[in-house]
Design a protein. Structure first.
Ligand code: ATP
Ligand code: MG
Length: 298
């Protein structure tokens, strides 16, 4: 058994490959280190291990501490630099999909967003933005009043429905956003150029959240969350398209757990990338790129 572990800022992704070549993918909240160590204690003995990600060192140290019998084994595990692992894993997952690309831009929408140019000779980090999956969780919390009114007893049925009141449940948040409508939140180019032909596509967002100040009726949480996902999708797309253009490639591969179950984000990224002249591909299982890449180093 070979196991690749990508301990990220928010989620720890694990790829395990049996000798018959079959893969198993699992994820845990990185904050739940106890559960990760328990999983390792059950599965890791005798397995070849490779760690990657920003929290790899912490996790490895904790595992060595709590698993005395396997401490030496834990410490002997391979550590793979995060960007090497991510780029190698993404290329492998693309190959599995028969989408082999020589050179492409790789946009990893994790807690934050990191952009890489991957070529047959290697990879380089070409940019990034602090707007990422953590932005969705953070703005959802602010908009839903997490940590403020809700805890002190205030109730909002939309928030309760999204499961935001107790804990940020990503699936609930994404489902609520899916029902939202951005029309009264975001200002489009066509709003500004009302009645005349704009110099750029009217469907482009002129100002994320820029239409809120023009409204007289309150905006519901679902609509606001749809626009949060719009903000993140359009920002990561814009930064990616600019980088791709500079590098002379059109292919942009998107990965990261932010796309998990988030068809709204995938649609926005696909549509916006095409609108800007790029060729998008939201890679299935892309959030496991780092874990797969780490495993491939074994
Ligand atoms: P980084 O690479 O920046 O260190 P990471 O590897 O932990 O972070 P990902 O796992 O790729 O990042 O993505 C994290 C994002 O995925 C979160 O910010 C959130 O938007 C989204 N997400 C999806 N599912 C969950 C979940 N169950 N719990 C928390 N966040 C989730
Ligand atoms: Mg990551």
């Amino acid at each position: 058994l070979r196991i690749g572990i990508d301990a990220g800022g928010t989620l720890t992704k694990i790829a395990a490959r049996r000798p018959d070549g079959q893969f198993r993918f699992l994820k845990f909240p990185s904050a739940d280190a106890g559960r990760i160590v328990a999983w390792l204690a059950a599965e890791a003995p005798g397995a070849a291990l490779a760690f990657t990600g920003g929290k790899a060192g912490n996790l490895q140290a904790l595992a060595s501490d709590r698993m005395p019998a396997d401490a030496a084994h834990m410490r002997a595990a391979v550590t793979v630099p995060e960007f090497d692992a991510t780029c190698a894993g993404a290329r492998w997952l693309l190959g599995r999909d028969e989408r082999n690309l020589d050179s492409f831009l790789l946009t990893n929408v994790g807690t934050g967003t990191s952009i890489h140019y991957v070529t047959p000779d290697g990879h380089e980090r070409v940019g990034g933005t602090g707007v990422g999956g953590g932005t969705i969780l953070g703005l959802a919390a602010l908009l839903g009043g997490i940590g403020a009114g809700l805890r002190s007893g205030g109730g909002d049925s939309a928030v309760a429905e999204a499961g935001l009141a107790e804990k940020l449940d990503y699936a609930g948040l994404v489902a609520l956003a899916r029902k939202g409508d951005r029309a009264r939140v975001d200002l489009k180019v066509s709003h500004i150029y009302a009645g005349v032909t704009p110099p750029i596509p009217g469907d482009l967002t002129a100002s994320n959240f820029g239409h809120v100040a023009n409204q007289t009726e309150p905006i519901g949480l679902a609509d606001a969350l749809a626009s949060v996902i719009g903000l993140v999708g359009e920002t990561v797309t814009t930064v990616s398209v600019h980088a791709a253009r500079e590098l002379g490639t059109a292919d942009i591969v998107y990965i990261g757990s932010t796309f998990l179950g988030n068809t709204l984000l995938a649609e926005i990224v696909n549509r916006y990338t095409k609108l800007r002249g790029g060729r998008p591909y939201v890679l299935p299982d892309g959030e496991y790129s780092g874990a797969v890449g780490a495993l491939l180093a074994l």
